[in-house]
Write a protein that binds this ligand. Structure first.
Ligand code: BJW
Length: 254
């Protein structure tokens, strides 16, 4: 889709929208230098998902799984939010009803200034006791103990993230579907749209009548069902869209 010719219609839709909802994935953090999961540079190229991102894998070898998370925490801690994260943080003020739902566990949206972020797959800076479910925030890089144990009961701690085969938090998921199916415009940004149930959020928005806009350098299973698909990097495209939106808003006012 040609960016320049489609920018106008997208701005018109956004300026008329009462509520805007976004789903982000690993691609929005790619320009910050954080590896995505799939694709040429993806994390699964080096490690098989089943080896590391399941509870079974964790119980079989907690040290290996924690070493992987410790490595990723080190990468994330050394990176900064990019222009895409920053635009979305500013959009909290721009749109009266704005919802940011992310599959990412890296916390970069919050570091860019986003205040209300719905985290579908958890957060890498939180650890959870496997016996009592107590959650501990932990920003140590590297971790002091691998695998770490609960200060209260001594049981193993696990990363507070959602692994394959695990259910997402019911209330978070319910709220996400409610918001996506009630919005006027839904964005799908930097996600391969293959992991369920997150990938169904833009579809639920489309089914409820929202306009759906995808931003991704590559096509995804969602591409054929959206209204606009911009083949672009989010850190480059979002600032262009933001500038055009603000220019038109100013023009309208005066
Ligand atoms: C750029 C860019 C730039 C690059 N700008 N873009 C059917 C229905 C329901 C469930 C299933 C189903 N079939 C199978 C399932 C089970 C499974 C699933 O979906 N599997 C699929 C792989 C088929 N789902 C689950 O298990 C979920 N639980 C569940 O469904 O519970 C109920 C249930 C239980 C038991 C049995 C069945 C059902 C849980 C899913 C948890 C996902 N967890 C992970 C790991 C989190 C922790 C961690 O990080 O370590 O979440 S997996 C990984 O994938 C991570 C991500 O959040 C998630 C999505 O990945 P994402 O963000 O899309 O990244 P990529 O790498 O895939 O894509 C990046 C994109 O960016 C690419 O498209 C690039 O082109 C693009 N990009 N540069 C913009 N600059």
């Amino acid at each position: 889709m040609d960016v320049q010719s489609e920018l106008g219609p997208v701005c018109d839709i956004l300026l008329a929208a009462k509520s805007v909802c976004l789903l982000t994935g690993a691609g929005i953090s790619a320009e910050s230098g954080i590896p995505t999961f799939r694709g040429e540079e993806g994390l699964w190229k080096t490690y098989r998902a089943e080896q590391l991102a399941t509870f079974t894998a964790f119980i079989q070898d907690p040290k290996l799984v924690w070493e992987w998370y410790d490595w990723r925490r080190g990468i994330i801690a050394s990176k900064e939010p990019n222009a895409g994260h920053k635009v979305l943080a500013e959009w909290e003020e721009l749109f009266p009803h704005f919802t940011l739902i992310t599959q990412n566990i890296d916390g970069l949206h919050q570091r860019a200034g986003s205040k209300n972020v719905i985290e579908l797959h958890g957060n890498i800076w939180k650890n959870r006791c496997i016996d009592e479910d107590t959650i501990f925030e932990n920003h140590d890089v590297p971790l002091k103990e691998i695998p770490p144990h609960c200060d209260k009961c001594g049981a193993l701690l696990r990363p507070h993230v959602v692994w394959f085969g695990e259910s997402l938090d019911g209330s978070i998921l319910h709220k996400s579907f409610q918001l996506s199916s009630g919005c006027d415009v839904m964005f799908s940004i930097g996600t391969s749209a293959v992991v369920q149930p997150a990938a169904s959020l833009p579809l639920s928005a489309a089914e409820a009548g929202a306009k759906v806009i995808e931003i991704n350098p590559d096509p995804t299973p969602l591409t054929g069902s959206v209204d606009f698909s911009f083949r672009a990097k989010s850190g480059e495209f979002l600032p262009i869209l933001d500038e055009e939106l603000r220019r038109r808003t100013k023009q309208k006012k005066g």
